[in-house]
Design a protein around this ligand. Structure first.
Ligand SMILES: [Zn+2]
Length: 133
């Protein structure tokens, strides 16, 4: 990973760089932004409750790209059955749900804490992937 982003949790087991995920396990990253940005803007997924007033803010658009570890396929949405489950909630039924009160996250102590969950497992897509990259 580049040095401006740090994985806070979950931590991989010693000597490994694969983390084991469950649908309810949150990932957290700390991001250090270049000084010209006031914060980041995340997609308004199901758990994002508020749309911030971003007028006159210089925000970095934050996106996560997920690839299958085996097939290198780019996944942009949850599988059909996870979409049915997640679709009852508000927001965009996507692969990733950001756990934040607002779609704008501002730095605290110079760092931006981003937390999210994966709503769908790699094997769900049934194309041979068991891991995400
Ligand atoms: Zn799924």
């Amino acid at each position: 990973m580049p040095d401006w982003i740090t994985l806070i949790k979950p931590l991989p087991r010693a000597g490994e760089n694969v983390i084991i995920l469950r649908r309810d396990s949150r990932l957290a990253f700390d991001i250090i932004l270049a000084a010209k940005f006031d914060g980041i803007k995340v997609p308004a997924t199901a758990s994002v409750m508020n749309y911030a007033d971003t007028t006159s803010k210089n925000l970095l658009e934050f996106r996560i790209h997920v690839y299958g570890a085996t097939t290198k396929t780019l996944y942009e949405s949850a599988c059909a059955s996870c979409q049915r489950r997640e679709g009852k909630r508000r927001g965009i039924p996507g692969l990733i749900d950001f756990k934040t009160g607002s779609d704008m996250i501002e730095p605290n102590d110079g760092k931006i804490r981003v937390e999210f969950v994966f709503c769908c497992y790699p094997k769900d897509h049934r194309v041979g992937d068991m891991e995400y990259l």
